[in-house]
Design a binder for this molecule. Sequence first.
Ligand code: DP6
Length: 382
Amino acid sequence: MADQKIYQASTTAPVNIAVVKYWGKRDPKLNLPTNSSISVTLSQADLRTHTTAACSASFPTSDSLLLNSSPQDVTGARTQACFRELRSLRAALEASDSSLPKLSTLPLKIVSENNFPTAAGLASSAAGFAALVRAIANLYELTSSPTELSRIARQGSGSACRSLFGGYVAWQMGTKDDGSDSLAVEVAPASHWPTMRALILVASAKQKKVSSTSGMQTTVATSELFQRRAEVVVPKHMEEMEKAIKEKDFEAFGKVTMMESNSFHSTCSDTFPPIRYMNDVSWAAVGVVEDINRKAGKIVAAYTFDAGPNAVIYYEEANTDIVAGVVKGALGSVSGWESRDIKAQASDVLDVADVEVLNKGITRVILTQVGEGPIRTEESLI
Ligand code: DP6
């Protein structure tokens, strides 16, 4: 009888929030971007995907994926590309060492759980594909580096390639047609600048209306502003951001982060038909950050928005009171503050109309910080 053993491995993987945004594909099949990007990896204590990858001759013959207990379609080109690439790396190992079990030929069963709402603009696809690729790489005992695995995770979801590292991560767009040089690399580990904090204002836990994939395709096809962004704006921001991170210069980091978010959402407005991810609640969050910075007399808080209305506000630990404390003073009744010891401060520096909009539109806050890359765990979901 064939070997009925169940082989398995588990990992957790983080969310990342870009400070130089990926928006636009030069090759939609391989998920090759029109520009490079940089992100901050967020702590898995607060946001993470936990994934177990298993394979066995005793499993049903087709591969399967369960996310938060509901079966997912794995026949899509992106998931298939990840499975195929990982299987071929395993097959190469098996070919070089005949004593290895032929795991590459066995059906896969993947089980995943997010500790945050899926597809609410919280980069769940990034953590999801990074965890899937890392878990299967662990199962297959691949020796590939995170950068090598980023080439595979990228094919699942572009931003996922950056979630294979902790800290501050760049995705270099590359120039080759086969995508072999479109990879994620570490700019600096979390330990280089560990005081980076993030306050996430969750504006809606609903599914987003225009997916990143289709939104960016329409932008590439119709926006002229996008051309300038890809050719001029992003290359400049990439340089400035790497320097800001290396020098731990929050003012420079914050300025580029906000200008990047503005540039990205402007190209969304310039898309035809226009795409609108930020709503009135998002703009109230922009107002609050501006008021905080005006009061401080310098940039101590930086907003950024992805393909949804949630605000991510970066700040340094030393400024917790004047950033998170002030927001708590205005939004104290919302859930999520209990996870950290933040002292509510007087919020009279904030515009009352903005505070009113935030109180109506923010469903919860998430307090988190820069964190580590994927972590192997023995905790199995199977
Ligand atoms: C706005 O990585 O979700 O969050 O490659 O089509 O899966 P696909 O897109 P995805 O796009 C993320 C876009 C963004 C900016 C960013 O994370 O850089």
